[in-house]
Design a protein around this ligand. Structure first.
Ligand SMILES: [Zn+2]
Length: 62
């Protein structure tokens, strides 16, 4: 799967706020993702991010 900045993705793990949706805000060695439930931002190493993402919920609109 290929990801772009602005994509909304679904993850296996539920964030403590109850949301499973994250917006990708940076792609590189690390992925930066913003929780769509509470706005919390996390940095995840690329391999980990690729494992935790189950699907793209909504593609970024260009
Ligand atoms: Zn959250």
């Amino acid at each position: 799967m290929e990801y772009n900045i602005g994509d909304i993705v679904r993850t296996k793990k539920v964030h403590p706020c109850g949301s499973k949706l994250w917006k990708i805000t940076r792609i590189g060695v690390d992925f930066k993702m913003e929780c769509q439930g509470c706005g919390h931002v996390i940095m995840v190493e690329r391999p980990k991010a690729l494992k935790m993402i189950t699907k793209i919920e909504k593609k970024a609109e260009n």
